[in-house]
Design a protein around this ligand. Structure first.
Ligand code: UDX
Length: 427
């Protein structure tokens, strides 16, 4: 497994658990050292246990690429990062470096399985340009893991997508997944790549769609919770991904939607819907500032607590989290911002967070003396806060902006808060 980021680490550990012999490599020496010692460098339920058992069974090893002395095996998986470039394209330099490294090691007739998310058309080009004459057969095998439930998703996927042209290579990859019950879909390489982008783009579209409906609900007096439930009962629509709020973040949706839009543009196709999805998602991040301005006139000098920072509950990941933009906007307008997140340690700050955000060690500490609070991430502990106590420690007007529609607004209003949700009616 080349690349021990989120996908690579989960896949390596899970494959070892299924009985395969796995070598994980990564250019980050600290990360390799952590995995060697059985320490998982990020928060993911169930992963530490499987990591320890894989190491103990001797089926799982980690090495820096320069130190690898053993043969690379029958299947070489690539799960390195494919970050966005500033103009929207995808930076494939890590993929190219990984393939270069594999080629230098002359692996013999192995199968190269691409788990990194690469733009449609990439695999085809790699096969023609970089793998020709190497004996490496290429298979695209996109990954649909969700952070926070990645181990579960690995062992119980909705589908396994295998994009390839070589029967033997496809069969070997099928064998790698033996024991996992899921429909296996064999497609062309470019279709497999497109399935990954189209799935993420569709889910992002659902989120932006419900956020648009929420914007209108707020204006006509409808309630988005009732509306989302009402439309979700239609099995053609389905109930999931209809939670209105501050929009999507994380390491996949924002990057993949932008990359698909860029891919469309460079292929001379105008994918109008995707631009709207992106614009709506960016706009949702302005909602807390707009709500505060409506109540306070200006937010200059207003003390605001952010409840939650990660892009969703159950993870410690701050990549493209709405909280980053929300915090920045409030600070730029002169608000005094403090924050609490169960997975972001107070003390030394966080490299992705603006330094002006004052990180606190508990929700109550963050809420002490503030005029307004924004619920950014719906961690269960925020839904269970002792609001009777919070009303005492916050100061007037005690505005709660519920950016995830996770709180009981009616109860909060009864307790003396000013409550505002997203498409749930005003404060
Ligand atoms: C996502 C895909 O679900 C996964 O299949 C893919 O492989 C990687 O990207 P993940 O980034 O872990 O997984 O998060 P997910 O649980 O899908 O949520 C993404 C974002 O959408 C979060 O910021 C979440 O808060 C937001 N979201 C989700 C909503 O705003 N409303 C919803 O109804 C659902």
């Amino acid at each position: 497994m080349v690349g021990l980021g989120y996908v690579g680490a989960v896949a390596a550990v899970a494959l070892a658990h299924s009985g395969h012999e796995v070598l994980g490599v990564d250019v980050d020496r600290e990360k390799v050292a952590a995995f060697q010692q059985g320490i998982c460098p990020f928060h993911e339920p169930e992963l530490p246990g499987l990591l320890s058992s894989g190491l103990a069974a001797g089926r799982l090893r980690f090495q820096h690429p320069q130190e690898v002395t053993v043969p690379l095996g029958e299947i070489i998986l690539v799960a390195v990062g494919t970050p966005s470039r500033p103009y929207g394209g995808t930076d494939l330099s890590q993929v190219r470096a990984a393939i270069q490294w594999v080629r230098q090691r002359r692996p013999g007739p192995a199968v190269l399985v691409m788990k990194s998310t690469v733009p449609p058309g990439t695999g085809r080009r790699l096969v023609d340009e970089e793998l020709a004459g190497t004996g490496l057969r290429y298979v695209a095998n996109p990954e649909f893991l969700r952070e926070g439930q990645a181990v579960r998703d690995w062992f119980h996927p909705d589908r396994i997508v295998i994009g390839g042209e070589d029967e033997e290579a496809i069969d070997l990859v099928k064998k790698m997944f033996a024991g996992i019950k899921a429909p296996v879909l064999v497609t062309g390489i470019t279709s497999a790549e497109m399935i990954k982008y189209a799935a993420n783009a569709f889910l992002a579209t659902k989120i932006s769609f419900i956020n648009e409906v929420a914007g209108l609900c707020a204006r006509v007096g409808a309630d988005i919770d009732e509306v989302a439930y009402g439309i979700g009962l239609d099995p053609r629509i389905g109930p999931s991904f209809l939670r209105a709020g501050l929009g999507y973040g994380g390491s996949c949706f924002p990057k993949d939607v932008r990359a698909l839009e860029f891919c469309s543009a460079v292929n001379g196709y105008n994918f109008e819907l995707l631009r709207a999805v992106i614009n709506v998602n960016n706009r949702q991040r302005l909602l807390p500032l707009q709500a505060l301005r409506r109540v306070f006139g200006t937010v200059k000098g207003v003390k605001v607590a952010l409840l939650g920072l990660t892009f969703k509950p159950g993870t410690d990941d701050l990549r493209e989290a709405p909280a980053l933009d929300i915090g920045r906007l409030l600070i730029e307008e002169g608000a005094e911002v403090r924050a609490y997140d169960p997975q972001v340690a107070a003390g030394n700050g966080h490299p992705l967070l603006p330094g002006e955000i004052d990180l606190r060690t508990s929700a109550l500490e963050a809420l002490q003396g503030v005029q307004a609070a924004v619920l950014v991430t719906e961690w269960p502990e925020f839904c269970e806060l002792p609001w009777e106590q919070v009303v005492q420690i916050m100061v007037s007007p005690r505005l709660i902006f519920d950016g995830r529609n996770a709180l009981d607004g009616r109860k909060l209003i009864e307790l003396g808060f000013r409550y505002q949700g997203v498409g749930r009616g005003g404060a």
